[in-house]
Design a protein around this ligand. Structure first.
Ligand code: PMP
Length: 420
C-alpha cells in the first residue's frame, strides 16, 4: 500500500538508527541511550541522507574554492557545480532556467528579499498585501513590518472552521488595491493544502503578484511554478533532505530583472566606480558576497535523491501516513486535532491532549524516544484563533513508517494515563 520502500531508504540515514534519552552533552554515548529514535519532526527539519552528506565531503575534500571570480582550476570546478545546482533546482520546480533561481539562507530570507527589494520600492499607502490567517511568521511578520514601513495595509484571508482557506473571502479581499498576495502552500500547523493556483488567478486578475511559501510543499509534493503560475516561490533545503543554510527564491525572470538588489557587495556587481555601480546578471545580482556554495551543491544532491524516489510517491506516502496518524489519534476522544480531515492534508498532524500543555506532552513523548514539536510552530495568531497557546505536531517524511505512528500513539496513550 505504501509506495516507498522505507527499509531501503533508511539505510541512507544512519541517524535513524540512533538511540536517545541519555546525557545530551555526549550524544549517543550516555548510559540511558536506550530508546530507539522515532523522528517525527520533519516539518521543522528533515534528516540528511548519505549521498547529500557525501556531496559536502566531496566538495570540501575535492574542490573547495570560491566561485565566479577565480580562473584557477578549483574555482572553475566549484563554479560549474554551483551553477549546475541552480539549473537542477530550476528543473525540479519547472522554472525556465537558472536566472529565476536565487540561493538564499532559507525561506525566511527569500521572503525578506522580496519584501525589501520589491515591497519597499513598490508598496505605499492605498496598497494592500493579502495574506492568509495561517501564514508562518516568516511571511506574516515580514509583510506586516514592510507594510508599516511603506504605509501599505495587510489583510488576512479567513480560515474556516474545517481549517480550509475561505476562497469566497479571498475573492472579496483581493481587488484593485491588492499589490501582493502571499500565501503558504501547505500549512505547517493545520496541514491544509491551499489552492494556490486559484489564488494566483485572483491576484493576476487584479494585476497583483502572488508569493507562494513552499517551505512545506516543495519537499513533500510535486510543485511546478508554471502550473501554479506563482510569481515567487520560496523553500528551504533543510526540510527536503538538504543541509541547513540554503533556501531558494524562485521569481519570474522579468520581475526579478526589474527589481533592485536586496544586499550589496562583491559577486553581485558588474562594474564599480567611486560614484556608482552596475549589477551582475540574474540570479547573481541577488547573491551578494561569497554565496552558499557547499550548501547549494548539497541541495542539488538532495533534489536528485527526491527525484529518484519520485515526488508523486513522496506525496502519496506523506498523505497515507498523515491519514493513518489522523485516524489513530482520532480514536482518543480527549485529543483535539487541528486542520482538515485526514484524507485532505499534507503530511503533518497538530493536536492537543485535553488539559495537558503541549510541552508536557512532548516531554512524555520524548521519554518514549518520539521526537515531535511543541509550541506555536511560528503561527501564533493562528493558535490565538484556535484558542490555544500551543500544540503538539507530528510530521512525516520519506523514511517514516506506520509503526512509528503506532509508537507515537502509544506514547500519547501513556501520557493520557499519566495525566488522567
Ligand atoms: N514557512 C513555512 C510554512 C514553514 O513551515 C517554515 C519553517 N517552519 C518557514 C516558512 C521558515 O523556514 P526557514 O526557517 O527555513 O526559513
Amino acid at each position: 500500500q505504501y509506495p516507498i520502500d522505507v527499509d531501503a531508504i533508511r539505510e541512507d540515514f544512519p541517524i535513524l538508527d540512533r538511540q536517545v534519552g541519555g546525557d545530551i552533552e555526549t550524544p549517543g554515548e550516555g548510559p540511558d541511550d536506550t530508546r530507539p529514535l522515532v523522528y517525527l519532526d520533519n516539518a521543522a527539519t528533515s534528516q540528511t541522507p548519505k549521498p547529500v552528506v557525501e556531496s559536502i565531503v566531496d566538495y570540501y575534500y575535492g574542490y573547495n574554492s570560491n566561485v565566479h571570480r577565480g580562473i584557477h582550476h578549483l574555482s572553475q570546478e566549484a563554479s560549474v557545480a554551483y551553477e549546475a545546482a541552480h539549473d537542477r533546482v530550476a528543473e525540479f520546480i519547472g522554472a525556465e532556467g537558472r536566472e529565476e533561481i536565487v540561493f538564499t539562507k532559507n525561506t525566511t530570507e527569500a521572503l525578506n528579499l522580496v519584501a525589501y527589494a520589491w515591497g519597499l520600492a513598490e508598496l505605499g499607502p492605498g496598497d494592500t498585501v493579502v495574506l492568509t490567517e495561517m501564514e508562518h511568521h516568516a511571511s506574516l511578520v515580514t509583510w506586516q513590518q514592510i507594510a508599516k514601513k511603506t504605509g501599505a495595509s495587510v489583510e488576512y484571508i479567513r480560515v474556516d472552521d474545517d481549517g480550509r482557506l475561505d476562497m469566497e473571502h479571498a475573492a472579496e479581499l483581493i481587488d484593485d488595491s491588492t499589490a501582493m498576495v502571499s500565501s503558504v502552500h501547505v500549512s505547517n500547523t493545520l496541514g491544509t493544502v491551499v489552492p494556490v493556483s486559484d489564488l494566483a488567478d485572483l491576484a493576476h486578475e487584479h494585476d497583483a503578484y502572488v508569493f507562494v511559501d513552499g517551505a512545506q510543499s516543495v519537499p513533500t509534493r510535486p510543485v511546478d511554478v508554471g502550473e501554479i503560475d506563482a510569481d515567487f516561490l520560496a523553500f528551504s533545503g533543510h526540510k527536503m533532505l538538504g543541509p541547513t543554510g540554503i533556501g531558494v527564491l524562485y521569481g519570474k525572470e522579468h520581475i526579478l530583472e526589474a527589481m533592485q538588489p536586496y544586499l550589496y557587495g562583491g559577486e553581485m556587481i558588474r562594474s564599480v566606480t567611486y560614484e556608482d555601480s552596475t549589477w551582475e546578471d540574474l540570479p547573481w545580482k541577488f547573491e551578494a558576497g561569497t554565496p552558499v556554495i557547499a550548501q547549494g551543491i548539497a541541495l542539488h544532491a538532495a533534489v536528485d535523491y527526491l527525484d529518484e524516489i519520485g515526488m508523486d510517491r513522496v506525496q502519496e506516502h506523506e498523505e497515507l501516513l498523515a491519514e493513518y496518524a489522523y485516524d489513530r489519534l482520532s480514536e482518543f476522544d480527549d485529543v483535539e486535532i487541528y486542520g482538515p480531515p485526514g484524507d485532505d492534508r499534507g503530511g503533518l498532524v497538530a493536536f492537543n491532549l485535553d488539559g495537558v500543555h503541549a510541552h508536557d506532552l512532548s516531554s512524555i513523548l520524548n521519554d518514549h524516544g518520539v521526537a515531535i514539536r511543541a509550541g506555536d510552530h511560528c503561527t501564533q495568531p493562528l493558535h490565538d484563533k484556535l484558542g490555544v497557546a500551543a500544540s503538539t505536531r507530528a510530521s512525516f517524511y520519506v523514511y517514516n513508517e506506520k509503526s512509528e505512528i503506532d509508537a507515537l500513539v502509544d506514547a500519547v496513550d501513556d501520557a493520557r494515563q499519566l495525566f488522567a
